[in-house]
Design a protein around this ligand. Structure first.
Ligand code: A3P
Length: 319
């Protein structure tokens, strides 16, 4: 076992030193692995996961681009999937735990720092989250009939959210990334799990080809139609709401429990920390559509819109 880890460590070092490298937003560097940029620690997590993770047909994966509302969807999927044995009451796990501690990221929590967790003891359906790009997913995820719920958000809000978040994570002595610098890197695709457009497009195409395998969701649409989206997710996952559940207002209850106002005001999310050290409140900022209007210049908007239009042209996808 130990030997296996040592081999992996060595493999990673050799691999990472051979990858294209750029300055990072938070960590010192980003490396381009299989077409996408990540800090060395994440590359290692992805690699360990690729080599060791065994998917089950019943697994559910929440996949997202960073800052697209992952925390929110973690809360929703957890509540939805566990609704039979975790009823919505004073004892609901979300009232005492940040969603990231209930739904772990494969490559950032489970397979991070060369850990090879034993996931075989978990009850089905297992729920995992990941930001891994489509073509880098572990082979067993592609080969099994597990399901992927993919979430993205318009690139302007995603960028603003990412810029603000990365400045929060930077050590004080490092200072902040300027908006201009970060913008330039984002546009060049040099952002965590970027290029943003490639990440989204690969999952979009798969959702078109295999709608039973990938459900493609947008943050803006979830904000506008939370109940319809909930119903649609439940059907996709094979656990549709019964007539009785509908009549009892369960969809509204889940939507309320997982809302920005509710989650962000809970004591655990105002003052708590994740087991990985980040402050829970860092994951709740404004939670609105269109905050980019308060940050981006007209030129930035034009440039980002142009890149998006160019990248998505002919795909049928609009963000
Ligand atoms: P803003 O920075 O625009 O406020 P992620 O969870 O993928 O890291 O994304 C974080 C973004 O989702 C942040 O966006 C955050 O405020 C928003 N968010 C967190 N919880 C939310 C919720 N329950 N409903 C809507 N948005 C939420």
């Amino acid at each position: 076992y130990l030997q296996q880890e040592e081999i992996l460590e060595q493999e990673c070092k050799t691999l990472i030193s051979s990858l294209p490298k750029e300055n990072g937003w938070v960590a010192s560097h980003l490396y381009k692995y299989q077409g996408f940029w990540n800090p060395a620690r994440h590359v290692r997590g992805i690699l360990t996961c690729q080599e060791n993770f065994e998917a089950r047909n019943s697994d559910v994966f929440l996949v997202s681009t960073p800052k697209s509302g992952t925390t929110w969807l973690k809360a929703i999927l957890f509540t939805l999937i566990n609704r039979k044995h975790c009823p919505i009451n004073q004892n609901h796990p979300l009232l005492r735990n940040n969603p990231h501690d209930l739904v772990p990221f494969l490559e950032l929590k489970l397979y991070v720092d060369n850990q090879i967790p034993d996931l075989s003891t978990l009850n089905s359906p297992r729920l995992f989250a990941t930001h891994i790009p489509f073509f880098s997913l572990p082979k067993s995820v592609h080969d099994s009939s597990c399901k992927l719920v993919y979430l993205c958000r318009n690139p302007k809000d995603t960028f603003v959210s990412l810029w603000q978040f990365s400045n929060k994570l930077r050590l004080q002595e490092m200072g902040s990334n300027s908006l201009g610098e970060a913008f330039d890197m984002f546009c060049r695709g040099v952002s965590i799990y970027g290029p943003f457009w490639d990440h989204v497009l690969d999952y979009w195409k798969e959702s078109m080809e295999k709608p039973h395998k990938v459900l493609f969701l947008k943050y803006e649409d979830m904000k506008e139609h939370p109940i319809d989206n909930l119903r649609c997710i439940a059907e996709f996952l094979g656990c549709p709401f019964s007539e009785q559940e509908e009549a009892l207002g369960m969809l509204e209850e889940i939507s309320k429990l997982c809302s920005f106002d509710n989650l962000s005001n809970l004591e655990i999310n105002r003052t708590g920390k994740l087991s990985s050290g980040e402050q829970n409140k860092a994951f709740f900022r404004r939670g609105e559509v269109g905050d980019w209007k308060n940050h981006l210049t007209a030129e930035m908007v034009e440039k980002l819109d142009h890149i998006t239009l160019h990248n998505f042209s002919g795909s049928g996808l609009e963000l």
